[in-house]
Design a protein around this ligand. Sequence first.
Ligand code: NAP
Length: 250
Amino acid sequence: MSKLENKVAIVTGASKGIGASIAKYFAAEGAKVVVNYASSKEGADKIVKEITNLGGTAISIQADVSNEADVIRLFEETKTAFGKLDILVNNAGIYQYAPIEQVSVESVHQHFNINVLGSILAIREALKLFGDKGGNIINISSGASNTPLPTGSVYSATKAALDAITIALSKEFSGRNIRINSILPGVVETEGSHSAGFIGSDFEAKLVATTPLGRTGQPEDIAKVVFLASDDAGWITGEKISVSGGIYGI
Ligand code: NAP
């Protein structure tokens, strides 16, 4: 039997990049998947089509995770479509690196609203659908949480906050059969990391040179941690798990 048979999962920010890969891996393991997106309907529908073409089950739902009404609707529509929820992956996130002198109030609010508030809102709504049976939450953090880099103060702060939420909630959920973990990716080649100018830069070359496994990550490297959402990880909660080719090993 596949690892996620009969499970229902929401993956936020799954129209591209790491989220899209996680959605596809979950579906391949038998989960019914909600492919959430903010504005890229075309991208999300393409992922849904890739999943259904392989015999899986998926739908796309638009919702800006930083908007409370949108998040409430995302979970209501999931309930209408699939009747329940077992797994939430908080993957939607933004990352803009800038020297502190250039950091604007708007940018700080945007990073925290999407990366932190968005995850909190989604977890709050997920709990209602998990019900008494419990559930599973994976927060996509970053190696930048444990190893902040110059010009990344705001982004690193959001991911350190997300990790703190993971640890606090793993204890708060005691006795409720809800596991919650953070995955901390290293640099992964995605649309986002291309737009941010990481891929092909001197920065990437330096990172690769000091990465024990000697390469930049691909979205599938993160998605393969799918086992965390399955019963195989039944005794793992409150952990920060680096998936970074060794560079961000804790
Ligand atoms: P990406 O290629 O830029 O894709 C971002 C995804 O998030 C898109 O699906 C986007 O949807 C969605 N999104 C953005 N804002 C949203 C919002 N307000 N509400 C709902 N969805 C929203 O990003 P990525 O590189 O795959 O990164 C995914 C996650 O991994 C992020 O949390 C990031 O911090 C983390 N991470 C990435 C790397 C890396 O090197 N790539 C490393 C460590 C951690 P639309 O397309 O509709 O806008």
